[in-house]
Every structure is written in C-alpha cells, then in structure tokens.
Design a protein around this ligand. Structure first.
Ligand code: SF4
Length: 211
C-alpha cells in the first residue's frame, strides 16, 4: 500500500515507456512543455471529456472517470469506461483515445492495462478487455489484458515508483524519437547533465524572482 503522496500518475507510464528521462523530467523535476503532438492529444481528450455520460442498450458509457489503485499507488483519469451489463454485473471496459496512430512500443497498451488494473481493484470485477481509439486512421483497436501485458505494466509501474522515489534522472541519449518530444529544448540531449542541471536551476531562480 502506498501513502497518498507516493501515488504516481497514470500518464507517467506512457512517458516512461516513451523515454525514462522524459518521465523523470516531468514527474521528478516538474517540467512540462506542449508541442503539436501533445496539443493534438489535449484537444482530443477535451473533446472526449466534454461529452455526456449515456446508456446505449446494455452499455453505460462514463466519461472522464477518476480511477486509482491503492495496491499499485496509481491514480488518474480514464477517458471513457463502458460498463457492459452481463447478468447481474456491470463489467468495466476501458476505452482510451489517442489522436495519433498505433505505436511500435507498448506505451498505449501499458497505459490502458494500468486503467484495467485500477478498475478491477475499484469494482472487484475482472477486466479482460478494453480498446484504444486512434485518430489516424480513425479506428478502435481491441486490447486483451493478458498475463504478459499485466506483468509488463506492473514492472513499468514499479520502475516509475523507484525512479520518482530516488529522484533519478536518466542521462539523455539523442535518438530519433527526440524529434517528437515536447521536452527537447529543456532536455538538451547531447549537451550533458551538468549544463542541464544549471539550466533547471536557472529556471527555478528566474521563477522565484518573478514571485
Ligand atoms: S529529448 Fe529525447 S532524451 Fe530528452 S526527454 Fe525527450 S525523448 Fe528523452
């Protein structure tokens, strides 16, 4: 069990899989910046969130649901959770919205699997399947929460906890993915950690000076 202040955000899972350093800069150092990729994602989430909850046949659709897991020390917001009425039960079925296309890594899969783990703990019902809706192309892909994905997701969650607890900032390595990273300017891959530390220190100092 984790205390409230040790909870990590659901979004940190995706950040960690994309780049452990990006995750640390956001969730340890508190840096954030938008680029066109994050802005598209934000617009899509706002659109999904602004919809009304509704019931379609045997399915109740709940938007922007706050979810958590005490066991995993995890909390966040699910875009959409469908509750499929089966017998006497309403079985949760998470649906995550992404503005882009399916990724090669498991960042989206791990994020929605983490939602499934939260929903299982909150409702007591097994969550075996969910879906990710991608904006390019507009398609809803089913996701099966099998043992392999669950294990990988829990390992990522454990690694994020450890990184945040120990305040570890992994070293930057310039890779192709850096071109799409919203923190490229702050991270300065290839520049070296000493310069980054002084840059971050400078940010805090100028922030203090304006207050
Ligand atoms: S610029 Fe590259 S190394 Fe730096 S946080 Fe982004 S993806 Fe990671």
């Amino acid at each position: 069990m984790y205390s409230d202040e040790d909870y990590i955000q659901l979004s940190s899972i995706q950040h960690y899989v994309f780049c452990a350093r990006q995750c640390a800069l956001i969730h340890v150092e508190g840096l954030w910046a938008e680029n066109r990729f994050t802005a598209h994602g934000k617009i899509m989430h706002e659109r999904v969130d602004s919809g009304e909850d509704e019931t379609r046949g045997d399915v109740r659709v709940v938007r922007g649901l706050n979810i958590y897991s005490r066991r995993l020390g995890l909390s966040g917001r699910a875009d959409v959770v469908e509750f499929h009425h089966e017998g006497d039960c309403d079985m949760p079925f998470p649906v995550e919205y992404k503005s882009g296309q399916p990724k090669r890594d498991i960042c989206d899969l791990a994020q929605i699997c983490a939602q499934a783990l939260c929903l299982e703990e909150m409702t007591g019902f097994p969550v075996r399947e969910g879906a990710i809706y991608y904006g390019r192309p507009r398609r809803r892909l089913p996701v099966l929460f099998d043992d392999e994905l669950r294990l990988a997701t829990e390992e990522i969650i454990g690694a994020v906890h450890e990184m945040i607890e120990t305040r570890t900032i992994p070293t930057a390595r310039r890779e192709k993915k850096c071109d799409t990273c919203s923190l490229l300017d702050q991270c300065m891959p290839g520049v070296g950690d000493k310069k980054l530390e002084s840059y971050i220190r400078g940010l805090y100092l100028s922030d203090e000076a304006t207050h």
